[in-house]
Design a protein around this ligand. Sequence first.
Ligand SMILES: Cc1ncc(COP(=O)(O)O)c(C=O)c1O
Length: 388
Amino acid sequence: MTKSWKTRLIHSDAKIPQGYRSLATPTFRGSTTLFPSAAVVTDTWDQARVGYTYGLYGTPTMLELGARICELESGTHTILTPGGQAAISLINLALLQAGDHMLLPASAYYPSRKLATRLLSRFGVSTDFYDPCIGAGISALIQENTRLIWCESPGSITMEVQDLPAIVAAARARGVRVALDNTWAAGVLLDAFAHGVDITMQALTKYVGGHSDLLLGSVTVRDDSLHQRLGAAQQVIGCAVSPDDCSLALRGLKTLAVRLAAIESSAFAIAKWLSTRPEVERVLHPALESCPGHEFWKRDFLGSSGVFSIVFKPGPTQQQVYAFVDALRLFQVGYSWGGVASLAVAYQIVGMQGRPAYGHRIVRLNIGLEATADLIADLEQGLRQLSA
Ligand SMILES: Cc1ncc(COP(=O)(O)O)c(C=O)c1O
């Protein structure tokens, strides 16, 4: 068949050598997935079972990242989402329906709380918030229609480490599933399934990506029926994941261990130094006794990462706390943590049942890969603002 140059733009006969191998996973982009023949065309999301069908369900780049996360978290199936919050949404939308009740720790990532109170509530799902330190006491909060208990350990900003086995045991006794936000532990410093959790998710945006340049999330399970429900929901919700972001996350995975090790030792040294400072009432770092649930961290976790909070002694005004943050030269102000740059954010914890009323005295730090001594020097000069 002769072809016009215009046709050749689309259907080329150009040849290149085959057999190239690289250490990097190729970035396969594609919305259209080609089928070998008319009779085998199918719109099935479960590509691991039926082969590739549609870009939304992933190209090999995305499937490789999913398989790698699944391997690291010792699950059997992982579904990727365009961000950590999307992973939380997917779990809720896949597993809950009108009339169901869910339990969320008061220390949950704030958008997860908003999803429950502002959106799921409109669809007839009710939520109660519980004290993250409740442990086995959660039993008393489980209702006839409770279908899901969320854990996040440590909690966002207030950093409570939860007694997961106690919560899981109470949930199991009543046939309720437990989902864990395992982002702080990067999916590797806490073995979620060994602690009985049914579903684990993380924002790959943080430590797996590791360089503050992508948004991705993962949901991992061990149970086939849960996987079927999550996959079917993901198909109709239609939250596609970028293969380019997956490629960056695959690269991030290669250095995760060394980044985490460096961040862990720097963050712990800084947390210990801060706990000696006269301005500081309490350092909420899971590896320090001053953190609620420290004993559970010691019992259950394999290490710590780089996010923790400090609570100042009463005295400084909110403006002085802001002045402390703004005086920092190496710590920058920004929410999304887990990258190589150190960050500081001042929060207000007031009037939230199940959370200590730290008010404006709490600042969350993300420790990056700068030299520890430089970060300490930066904090030291910033602390002067508290009494200025
Ligand atoms: C604990 C936790 N879970 C989930 C998320 C959401 O992740 P993403 O920013 O990828 O949506 C975040 C983001 O800060 C988080 O801190």
